[in-house]
Write a protein that binds this ligand. Sequence first.
Ligand code: UFG
Length: 336
Amino acid sequence: MKILVTGGAGFIGSHTAIELISKGHTPVIADNFSNSEKWILGRLEEISQQEIIFYEGDCSDGNFLAEVFSREKNIAGAIHFAAKKAVGESMEKPLIYYKNNLLSLIVLLETMQEFGVKNLVFSSSATVYGEPGSCPIPETAPRQKAASPYGNTKVICEDIISDSVFGGKNISAISLRYFNPIGAHPSGLIGELPIGIPNNLVPYVTQAAAGIREKLTVFGNDYPTPDGSGVRDFIHVVDLAQAHIKTLEYLEKQNTPFYDVFNVGTGQGNSVLEIIQTFEKVNGVEVPYEIGPRRPGDIATCFADPQKIEKTLGWKTEKTLEESLIDAWKWQNYLT
Ligand code: UFG
């Protein structure tokens, strides 16, 4: 299948492009490079040994998307990664987040309808569960008002999609609720490229280990968790990427209208301190760190119940936490 990958030069998008190719599909990347680098496309060509089709532009521009769909005949579906994703920034610039994340989805849905493109996979997030009542979290857990405008855009986008599926023409969609994607391609050629000081744990760990940051601050060691630090469900980005291909292949077999949501996680919770210790052990390098206060808005524990996606799509994580942290370090070394 020929698949539009919006945000295909980004962290999860670039890994998904590679997995699409390895399963015999053709990605068509659309990216405005606002939070990604053009040279990643060259890396995708290096890994896949084939030419990558890409268009530079903004997905909230209907003319741009219409041009992509009309020039690329027979696009069978879209995976929509293109979105702004920094929780803290979204608190300072809420309107930019709402405008960008909602408008690009709406314009994509309109253009898909115009061109008769049926299948959509949407990048949602475990953030839609807010502070969960208990873990593991199944998809039936109630969504809650998100703690940030970024998180709220994911809740609203899920609703826009389900309303468009059931009220629209010939659309089938699945929202994938990601837990915490980490790691990098095992080749070390593509990975996460945080702009400035990383917000997320693992990029900060790798930069602290590389000496780019003086030390990592562990945000709180007084949570009600086994060692007091926050617990998350860390999933290797290649496993996550593969979930998108399984999702598309499943969607292709469904009759419209069809909408569903799947958690994409390992089902295992690991603490911040465990991440540091495991990283040090598998990579033989020290991570300088200190314990600091809790980060506002953080929750104690968040991990998935992944049974639904395992049973329905036959997908489950294959890579270990150790592999994720080895690959993250390999990528950091490639960069520095
Ligand atoms: N942490 C630190 N120090 C750091 C960075 C993070 O101790 O420098 C801790 C956090 O307090 C948290 C854990 O590491 O306990 C993970 O933090 P991340 O920022 O890596 O990830 P979050 O779980 O906060 O956020 C992720 C995604 C968001 C998404 C959210 C909820 O990055 O996009 O999960 O699903 F909204």
